[in-house]
Write a protein that binds this ligand. Structure first.
Ligand SMILES: [Zn+2]
Length: 111
C-alpha cells in the first residue's frame, strides 16, 4: 500500500513508468522526462590510442611529453568509463521508476 502511494499528493493511482510510457505511446501527451535516458555509446578506442601514443613517446625517450600524453589519455579513458557507468545506472533505474497518475510526479522505486 505505502509503496504504491504518491509521496506528493498521496494518491494511490501509481503505476510503473515504463508501462505508462508504453501505454501513452509517442503521442503529444508524452513528456520527454518520462522517457528512458538514451543510451550513451562512447568509444574507448581514441583514449586508448592516446595512451598508446604516450607510451610510445615515453619508450622513444620523450619522457615528459610521453607521461603527459599517457596520463591525459588515461584521464580521458576513466571519464568515458564513468559516463558509461552512470548512464547504464540511470537506464536501469528508469525501469523501476513509478509515476503518479494524479499529479504526474515520477519517483524512484521503493527501496
Ligand atoms: Zn501524486
Amino acid at each position: 500500500m505505502a509503496e504504491s502511494q504518491c509521496s506528493l499528493c498521496g494518491s494511490t493511482r501509481v503505476q510503473s513508468l515504463p508501462l505508462f510510457v508504453a501505454m501513452v505511446g509517442a503521442g503529444p501527451g508524452l513528456r520527454k522526462e518520462w522517457l528512458q535516458p538514451e543510451e550513451v555509446s562512447l568509444s574507448r578506442g581514441r583514449p586508448l590510442l592516446i595512451v598508446a601514443v604516450g607510451v610510445v613517446a615515453l619508450i622513444s625517450g620523450a619522457i615528459l611529453p610521453g607521461i603527459l600524453v599517457a596520463v591525459g589519455g588515461a584521464v580521458w579513458l576513466s571519464r568515458v568509463n564513468q559516463t558509461m557507468r552512470s548512464n547504464e545506472k540511470e537506464r536501469k533505474e528508469w525501469l523501476g521508476k513509478r509515476i503518479c497518475l494524479n499529479c504526474e510526479k515520477t519517483f524512484p522505486p521503493p527501496t
